[in-house]
Design a protein around this ligand. Structure first.
Ligand code: ATP
Ligand code: MG
Length: 678
């Protein structure tokens, strides 16, 4: 028998309701995920259901892994063997591996990722004679993906309005799909789309999986989109043993097509379903919970929920006001260390959550500076991101014109009509003449087989690099000059031009800005800073301290850095919610584009409710943009948190100009810390 006495009555009722549809609609930290875990345990141990009959769908692979582990702890490894706990995509792949031949693919199909997809889109564009200069592959891919998520096959895709991109996407879609097929490949959207088609068109396939998964559970149901919804409905249609859990207040993927209606309409779609509400929160202190409740209650369209806790009020929320983003990072890391010593915690007890991935840069740097291990979840290490690498590559060639890797990265970025063929010829010539690649570019006139117009372009590029190389030998004023250089080559425009998905483009532009900000910070610390010095610092950061091995070791006990989106479903004893400012949270785009800020408020709610014992919110008075300080306004959500729950702290750390000052400040810091500890 599974001991269900550790569940409260409604949780227990949900775990024990094993036949027929069940909806658990409840606020954050009320034990929804725990209910699924215990429900699986109950099915296995008490209802003697076979493990193979059980399917649980989670939002991320990480969540799936954790749930599996918990079930194994409850029932033992042997009994859990054969159950399927996975994401929608892994489940789809499992189904496709068995029967995809019916759709004309081979069983050993490949799954294409973005760069493969882009390659195919370009090829498809050539086949329909699309102007590769006028249209952008990523835009087309984005539109095609939209159709696929709406389960619209190529022959039914109709452009909704008179939009040249969409008209072309409509032509490219069938070609793209045919090319994928020819490669025996499917993309991420196909995984769901083809699975649904398989289940819809082949009753025997559907029947197989309906028989296989007699008990189905879905976590984070509020974030399913139309195709995922249909996927699950098909599987559950026969036995109707479907249990979905979710929280409409935590629906944060509307921008990706998720439809919160799926959870709100569950009662309509499954008449006679049992609905369980959970109201006790087991995660957070009373203070944290009240702040969350007060914020979310400002959303108009929601199911009213009351959450309470009996773990006591806990500490007030710390509100830290920093002068700028560098200071914000310093203050957060200082507080983090202090809390860690005071409460004898490990680094893994802390999370730093932000709205946009580009905010991570300052925190990463500060954590490295203090030698604190961290893991960056979802999102590459900052300096590994493509646009950051590209932008930095310019600085690398300027600094060292012999750096051919960097040169090859930037020779046609932003696109300037120097194609691969030309580069191959120059490269060949440079090898034959034992002359560095950049120099060969300067002597392009001597190279045969390159048309005059292209030669001109190569020479212009050569002049750009050699000119900048001369210019940057002079130290000082780096951030401003680099910004000037990026403007001159049109880096920002290129990002906006080539990445049509505006949010993606904006994010990349923000990342490039971060390089400049980082440089400005570096210059502030080191008077007379040089480009070489800056690049050296960046390279050492990358290779030395964050090699693959290191990252793993850090994984053991490390501070977690992640976006609010990826923090869904998780919990941490101590949470820092940073950048609590207008234009960040709520994000600029939701304000500018007149979108509803309800989704931003839900994100804020998700962030606050990740904290178990203590929450620190930070904001800046100024923030650097392209190395310049701009004034910042506090987030409107701050006003929604009652003042009595908050203790305000204004910046405690001064910037140190000289090494002596830095040393003095460090001494002062340790003195204060000792004082607090004693
Ligand atoms: P979210 O909405 O953030 O996904 P959730 O509703 O899924 O939250 P859980 O993660 O399942 O909530 O539970 C939150 C925390 O409360 C976990 O640490 C869980 O172990 C604990 N918890 C839940 N129910 C109980 C209970 N009855 N007794 C003790 N602890 C509980
Ligand atoms: Mg959960």
């Amino acid at each position: 028998m599974l001991d269900l006495s550790t569940l409260n009555p409604p949780q227990r009722a949900a775990a024990e309701h094993t036949e027929g549809p069940l909806l658990v609609l409840a606020g954050a930290g009320s034990g929804k995920t725990r209910v699924i875990t215990y429900r699986i345990g109950h099915l296995l141990l008490d209802k003697k259901v076979k493990a193979e009959d059980i399917l649980a769908v989670t939002f991320t692979n990480k969540a799936a892994g954790e749930m599996k582990e918990r079930v194994r702890e409850l029932v033992g490894r042997g009994k859990a063997k054969g159950m399927v706990i996975s994401t929608f995509h892994s489940l789809g792949v499992r189904i496709l591996r068995r029967d995809i031949e019916r759709l004309g693919y081979k069983k050993n199909f490949s799954i294409y990722t973005t760069s493969d997809q882009i390659g195919l889109i370009r090829q498809a564009m050539r086949e329909v004679n699309a102007d590769g200069k006028k249209f952008d592959a990523e835009t087309l891919l984005w539109r095609i993906s939209g159709w696929k998520n709406g389960l619209i096959p190529p022959d039914r895709a109709v452009p909704r309005y008179d939009d040249p991109d969409e008209l072309l996407a409509c032509d490219v879609y069938p070609r793209y799909q045919a090319l994928l097929h020819a490669c025996n490949a499917i993309d991420f959207d196909d995984i769901i789309m083809l699975t649904v088609r398989l289940l819809q068109d082949y009753p025997e396939v559907l029947d197989h999986w309906q028989e296989r998964f007699r008990y189905i559970m879905v976590d984070e149901y509020q974030d399913t989109n139309a195709s995922q919804y249909l996927f699950i409905s098909l599987l559950a249609r026969k036995y109707r043993n479907l249990c979905v859990v979710g929280d409409d207040d935590q629906s944060i993927y509307g921008w990706r097509g998720a439809d919160v209606g799926n959870i709100l309409d569950f009662e309509r779609d499954y008449p006679g379903c049992r609905v369980v509400k959970l109201e006790q929160n087991y995660r957070s202190t009373g203070t944290i919970l009240e702040a969350a409740n007060q914020v979310i209650k400002n959303n108009a369209k929601r199911k009213e929920k009351r959450l309470w806790t009996d773990v006591g009020e806990g500490r007030p929320i710390d509100m830290v006001i920093a002068q700028d983003d560098e200071e914000e990072a310093t203050l957060v890391v200082e507080r983090l260390q202090m809390e860690r010593y005071q409460h004898n915690l490990s680094f893994g007890d802390f999370a730093i959550l932000y709205r946009t991935n580009s905010q991570s840069r300052a925190f990463e740097e500060q954590l490295r500076f203090e030698d604190i291990p961290y893991v960056l979840v979802g999102g590459m290490q900052f300096y590994e991101r493509k646009e950051v690498k590209d932008a930095l590559s310019y600085l690398k060639v300027i600094d060292n014109p012999l750096d051919e890797q960097a040169l090859l990265r930037v020779v046609n970025f932003p696109r300037r009509g120097i194609g691969d063929g030309t580069v191959v010829k120059i490269n060949q010539w440079s090898l034959e003449h034992e002359c560095p690649l950049l120099e060969a570019m300067g002597r392009v006139e001597e190279i045969e087989g390159i048309p005059g117009a292209t030669r001109e372009k190569v020479l212009t590029f050569h002049r750009l690099i050699t000119g900048a190389a001369g210019e940057f030998r002079r130290p000082g004023d780096l951030a401003a000059r680099v910004k000037g250089f990026y403007d001159r080559i049109g880096l920002e425009e290129e990002l906006y031009r080539t990445i049509e998905e505006p949010a993606t483009a904006r994010r990349k532009v923000e990342n490039v800005e971060q390089i400049i900000n980082s440089m400005a910070g570096y210059e502030e610390r080191i008077p007379g800073a040089t480009l070489s010095g800056f690049l050296e610092k960046v390279s050492l950061m990358d290779e030395d301290r964050f090699s693959g091995k290191d990252k793993k070791e850090h994984g053991k006990d490390a501070v977690t850095l992640m976006s609010l989106h990826s923090s869904k479903g998780l919990e941490f004893p101590f949470v820092f919610l940073v950048g609590f400012e207008e234009e960040i949270l709520p994000h600029k785009k939701s304000v500018e584009e007149g979108m509803s800020i309800d989704e931003e408020r839900r994100l804020c709610y998700v962030g606050i409710t990740r904290a178990r014992r203590h929450l620190t919110i930070t904001r800046c008075l100024h923030r650097k943009k392209y190395g310049k300080l701009l004034e910042r306004q506090p987030s409107r959500f701050l006003e929604e948190i009652p003042e009595r729950l908050v203790q305000v702290h204004e910046g405690e750390v001064k910037k140190a100009a000289t090494e002596e000052e830095q040393e003095a400040m460090a001494q002062d810091f340790f003195a204060r810390m000792r004082e607090k500890l004693s």
